[in-house]
Ligand binder design. Structure first.
Ligand SMILES: *[C@@H]1O[C@H](CO)[C@@H](O)[C@H](O)[C@H]1NC(C)=O
Ligand SMILES: *[C@@H]1O[C@H](CO)[C@@H](O)[C@H](O)[C@H]1NC(C)=O
Ligand SMILES: *[C@@H]1O[C@H](CO)[C@@H](O)[C@H](O)[C@H]1NC(C)=O
Ligand SMILES: *[C@@H]1O[C@H](CO)[C@@H](O)[C@H](O)[C@H]1NC(C)=O
Length: 386
């Protein structure tokens, strides 16, 4: 992605240096080709978002509240990551139960998760319903809820047909979401898809005897409202995130004597004056660039955001480069060589993003699971002469 942005920025810089856009018009003006360019560009953009094809747009269900809340926790209204260290990994998926069993049994189809993804945590989310009124008078106050992974005993020559994943005491009269960690099971299903026989939930009294299932009830995908459906929430990392956010700290104008040290406040005013008075291009700065998912035709599968401001960097990098232009040492020297005309054909440095932020997308994948994904280096945080 960084490469893509830089290439794009260089193109832009080259276009500014040689203001002949006729080249582009001649080559992409014809309708036939512009359609090809458009589809190639959209395909490339999909790749940036880690997809080969856009997910099918159907009449989607309401996304789980948990996923909406999670999105709003990690992202601001534009989808920009609030805190890059809040989420472990860069992908969160929610899956609905495919079994719709009468029993407290569940199965989730994880086929949309790539083998290469690192499984960090997996959780089973169950909505505990209020006990039925006829059963409210009961001597039990707590019950033991255990989640088991079903095993193929015959295939693997095992003595047991299930494995305990998680177990907890829950108040009998409580209502609301209960979360159980099932990471081990999901890791084994990722390693061998055929071993996924699902999960089983068993409720016992504290003494260990079977509990009346009228008393302890969990919402199922079969009989209860969609918002209370059993759900598997999977946190993974696809390895696309770079190790640390790239922040270039530039402190190099000391290498040059007598450079004007314009502050950030005076920069804007100066650039505007410069433009107005002399009709020349403005100095390097960050300008808005709104990426509208509706215009691209993606609003059918992207839940949030509707679009985001990627910003772009525009302007000239003439000598002398003030600190507000955040020049690299290399750019400073290049601008000097350019100004002194010591070597022929040396342009002024380019105005490019020097700090990039990540954005978050909440979307429906091809299997209609709701996915939250973080993408690095999507928003220009600041611009500099490089
Ligand atoms: C459009 O492209 C097709 C093949 O891609 C070509 O056969 C056709 O001549 C082109 N039409 C125009 C008007 O360029
Ligand atoms: C899981 O979903 C995929 C894609 O929808 C499908 O091809 C596959 O058969 C499903 N697997 C099971 C075990 O249902
Ligand atoms: C299965 O286990 C039994 C007893 O542990 C053993 O006798 C038998 O050979 C095993 N079968 C296979 C196919 O490993
Ligand atoms: C920046 O450079 C000055 C002068 O060389 C130095 O005193 C200062 O410590 C530097 N600041 C940082 C943050 O490196």
């Amino acid at each position: 992605m960084l490469l893509f942005l830089i290439t794009f920025a260089h193109l832009l810089c080259a276009a500014i240096a040689r203001p002949s856009l006729n080249y582009l018009e001649n080559h992409y003006g014809r309708e036939n080709e512009s359609e090809e360019v458009r589809s190639a560009a959209i395909k490339r953009l999909l790749e940036v978002f880690g997809m080969d094809d856009p997910p099918l747009t159907r009449d989607h269900k309401q996304p789980p509240q948990y996923m909406l809340d999670l999105y709003n926790t990690v992202a601001d209204v534009d989808g920009v990551t609030k805190d890059p260290y809040l989420l472990e990994g860069n992908t969160v998926r929610s899956f609905f139960d495919k079994l719709h069993s009468e029993q407290v049994e569940f199965r989730f189809n994880l086929s949309t998760v790539a083998r290469s993804e690192k499984v960090l945590t997996a959780e089973l989310h169950l909505f505990k319903l209020r006990p039925q009124t006829s059963a409210t008078f009961n001597r039990h106050h707590f019950c033991q809820v255990s989640v088991y992974q079903m095993l193929d005993a015959a295939r693997f020559n095992l003595t047991q047909e299930r494995k305990l994943l998680s177990s907890r005491l829950i108040p009998v009269h409580s209502t609301g979401w209960e979360v159980f960690t099932i990471t081990q099971a999901v890791r084994s299903w990722m390693a061998d898809e055929d071993s996924n026989l699902g999960l089983q939930v068993v409720v016992r009294t504290i003494g260990g005897s079977q509990m009346d299932m009228k008393l302890i009830r969990f919402a199922s995908g079969r009989n209860h409202h969609q918002s209370k459906q059993p759900m598997l929430v999977l946190f993974t990392d696809d390895g696309r995130r770079s190790a640390t956010p790239e922040i270039t700290d530039i402190n190099d104008s000391s290498a040059l004597p007598n450079l004007p040290q314009a502050g950030p406040a005076s920069r804007t005013a100066r650039s505007v004056d410069y433009m107005e008075e002399e009709g020349v291009s403005m100095h390097c700065q960050r300008l808005p660039l709104y990426v509208d998912f509706e215009e691209i035709g993606w609003s059918g599968w992207i839940v949030s955001p509707r679009g985001y401001n990627a910003y772009h960097c525009k302007g000239t990098c003439p000598f002398p480069l003030g600190q507000n232009m955040r020049p690299t040492n290399h750019a400073t020297v290049q601008s000097i060589i350019n100004a002194l005309k010591l070597v022929k054909g040396i342009e002024t440095p380019c105005c490019v993003p020097d700090k990039l932020f990540s954005i978050n997308l909440l979307y429906f994948d091809e299997d209609e699971n709701v996915v939250l994904k973080q993408y690095n280096d999507m928003v220009a945080g600041s611009c500099g002469c490089h």
